[in-house]
Design a protein around this ligand. Structure first.
Ligand code: ADP
Ligand code: MG
Length: 694
């Protein structure tokens, strides 16, 4: 493995490749563009494109693609070859600056939520030079933003970049107040831990629910689940280990900082965590990670399931979004300091997050809302749908001492005064830290745990960056007016803690008591996607995103439409799949088994032997099969009625309240029959096969 340093990033047109291959002047110009976020000059782009092409061709590339992140939540690419005809029927490999900086894919088939009239099919992609280009599968991939021709955003990268600007601007204002004149930018850092399941490819192929929906729609709970806790951090099986090894290598080649891998709580569940990096690169890299997980799995006869809840009754998969803010001089702003001034600054940034999470619980919930994640949030193993924040006992006590002006007895002798006293030491890395909290402070960063495993990390980070930018903006507005900064700071921090401490909860987030307690604190409990999404278009939230130039009102409305539509579509596909499986696989299989039981019972009767068990099974199974059949008929009829509901929100509600309930009834009957049907008759691999078959 000594080759790792050479292997790392070998397919990436990164800083050192640029420095080595580009003419000095071009490199300088490009670097300036990247650092200042300015548009690239066409002359410079021409040189960069040509050098990039030679570099990519050297790595076997024949095509280039603008790689972008439309609203589908995954990535999109359209490949053009470098060939350009010359005299005598020959071609040369050519790539021009304008092809590097701008592309014009036909955008009509990407969701736009009405932002782009259908006759205006064109969208354009524009290179984001802050993300490095890379070679994948024989194509030079250029990370790009994706917009409609009138400039409206059709992707997830653009608002993410805008939100990074917004928080940077406000953080710098606050830092200036603390007398810091050297910092020019604040950089959001993100490290997403990615959970996933691996199942055998052959078994996967014989389950239409996995093929079409990514999750099982049927399946009785096996005799053994995860109750023994023997999978978590357990020894990795050879086939899985081979997969992980290849995945690491492929990721390293693409410059992804894959760091940690281990088995997760559920059987067949695993996790990969990278080393954190800047938000937009983290978002790109997480997309690449998910893509490669699927590709590499296929090479090992496996399928990687990224669905948030592939199996009922065992843990679902999440994605932990570790988030922090650093200066361009490399200082983590959520690292408690060693001097009184540093601590005051730390506490101000901390209270900014507390305020943001409380003020915008609704948008944080929206940022993780999807049909798939609804099965997970509020389940026993996932954070609840209620947004709250874990700070740990010590830090909470410190905040309380600041708020009430009382002394913090455990660690300090006197009363704490901000800006004068050193923050009492508190154990930073408390190992027993709360795993049930949706939003936990973990020493020098926050871990947002509500994300489902499939999600693009762009959405939650767009929200996080913007809501914290808003807190910081309000703080800066107030403090910039103050005559006595220290006094004003003290007042502001006290007042903010008092007002927003209801969001802090250090107890068991999975408990029922918490639900009651949260309600009495006035916290939101938006249990389903359909409950959460309308928050997107509330006056308060529209104003927030508009004022920070992250989303225009129109862009918010379009996203709202897209998400509602996607929710209904996902459930529609699941319902149709459930109908197919129930009618064409399960019903005939159980009928066949019942018919076999009937002949056996008849034969036993002729011998005067006891056929009571057979008769009992014949009775119960055929009754259940009949009930399932009728439930399927009801589901079919209800599906037919869905298109007549024209209001998008009502339509989505109908899927949640009627269709999901119908599907649950079908499943209940089917799972009950699975328990009583002979294995050889059951028409698909069971949970036992899937979870323990690798
Ligand atoms: P765990 O949560 O499993 O105990 P760690 O706390 O070490 O593991 O880190 C989890 C993730 O948090 C990793 O992806 C790591 O890179 C990321 N992380 C660590 N520091 C930061 C930071 N300052 N900003 C963003 N992510 C970070
Ligand atoms: Mg973690």
């Amino acid at each position: 493995m000594s080759k790792v340093p050479e292997m790392f990033g070998c397919y990436v047109f990164n800083e050192s490749v640029m420095k080595e291959k580009l003419p000095k002047e071009t490199y300088k110009a490009l670097k300036k563009t990247i650092d200042a976020g300015k548009p690239l000059d066409l002359e410079v782009a021409n040189v960069v494109a040509s050098v990039m092409k030679d570099w990519a061709v050297g790595l076997g590339a024949t095509h280039y693609t603008h790689w972008f992140q439309p609203m589908t939540g995954i990535t999109a690419e359209k490949h053009d070859s470098f060939i350009s005809p010359t005299d005598g029927g020959h071609v040369i490999m050519e790539f021009r600056g304008k092809e590097l900086i701008k592309g014009e894919p036909d955008a009509s088939s990407f969701p736009s939520g009405g932002l782009r009239a259908t006759f205006e099919a064109r969208g354009y992609t524009a290179w984001d030079p802050t993300s490095y280009a890379f070679v994948k599968d024989g194509s030079l991939c250029i990370p790009t933003a994706f917009c409609s021709f009138n400039g409206q955003v059709l992707d997830k990268k653009t608002p993410l970049l805008r939100s990074m600007e917004a928080i940077s601007e406000q953080a710098v204002r606050v830092l200036r107040l603390f007398g810091n004149n050297t910092v020019n930018r604040a950089i959001v850092t993100v490290g997403p831990e990615q959970e996933y399941f691996l199942v055998d490819k052959e078994m996967f192929d014989s389950r239409r629910d996995l093929i079409f929906c990514g999750r099982t729609l049927f399946g009785a709970v096996p005799p053994k689940g995860q109750e023994m806790d023997d999978h978590y951090f357990g020894v990795i099986k050879p086939r899985v280990s081979a997969f992980m090894k290849e995945l690491d290598e492929e990721l390293w080649k693409l410059g992804v900082l894959a760091k940690t891998k281990h088995n997760e709580a559920a059987p067949a569940q695993h996790e990969l965590a990278p080393i954190f990096t800047t938000t937009n690169i983290a978002a790109d890299h997480n997309q690449l990670t998910m893509e490669l997980m699927k590709k590499v799995a296929a090479k090992h006869g496996l399928v990687c399931l990224l669905h948030e809840k592939p199996f009922e009754g065992v843990n679902g998969s999440g994605k932990h979004n570790n988030w922090s803010l650093a200066t361009d001089t490399g200082v983590n702003l959520f690292e408690p300091g060693k001097t009184p001034a540093d601590n005051a600054q730390f506490l101000l940034f901390l209270t900014a997050v507390i305020k943001a999470v409380d003020d915008y619980q609704d948008m944080l919930r929206v940022s993780v809302a999807s049909a798939g994640n609804d099965h997970r949030l509020g389940g026993h193993e996932a954070p609840p749908a209620i947004v709250s924040m874990f700070l740990g006992t010590e830090l909470s006590e410190i905040l309380e001492a600041i708020e009430t002006g009382h002394k913090y007895s455990a660690h300090t002798a006197g009363k704490m005064t901000l800006g004068a006293d050193v923050l009492p030491a508190f154990p930073k890395d408390n190992t027993d830290r709360n795993r049930t909290s949706p939003f936990a402070f973990t020493g020098n960063k926050f871990e947002f745990r509500m994300l489902g495993s499939t999600a693009s990390v762009a959405d939650p980070n767009i929200i996080l960056n913007t809501i914290v930018a808003e807190s910081l903006r309000q703080f800066a507005d107030e403090l910039e007016q103050a005559d006595d900064f220290t006094e004003a700071l003290n007042t502001l921090i006290r007042r903010t803690i008092k007002k927003h401490k209801r969001i802090i909860f250090n107890g068991d987030g999975y408990s029922d008591e918490w639900k009651k307690e949260a309600e009495s604190r006035g916290l939101l409990n938006l249990t389903s996607t359909v409950d959460a999404l309308p928050c997107m278009i509330s006056e308060k939230n529209l104003r927030l995103f508009e004022s920070h130039k992250v989303y225009s009102q129109q862009e918010m409305f379009s996203r709202y439409d897209i998400l509602l539509e996607m929710y209904a579509k996902v459930i529609n596909i699941e319902a149709l799949t459930a109908v197919e499986i129930a009618k064409k696989d399960i019903f005939p299989a159980v009928s066949a088994y019942v018919s076999e039981l009937c002949s056996a019972a008849g034969a036993l009767g002729e011998y005067g032997a006891d056929a009571s068990a057979h008769n009992e099974l014949i009775g119960s199974l055929s009754a259940l099969n009949g009930e399932m059949f009728r439930a399927v008929r009801k589901l079919e009829a209800d599906l037919k009625a869905a298109p007549s509901i024209t209001d998008r929100l009502e339509h989505a509600r109908y899927y949640r309240d009627v269709i999901l309930a119908d599907m649950a009834t079908v499943r209940e009957k089917a799972d009950a029959m699975e328990c009583d049907t002979a294995s050889e008759y059951w028409p698909m691999p069971t949970y036992e096969d899937l979870l323990f078959g690798v």
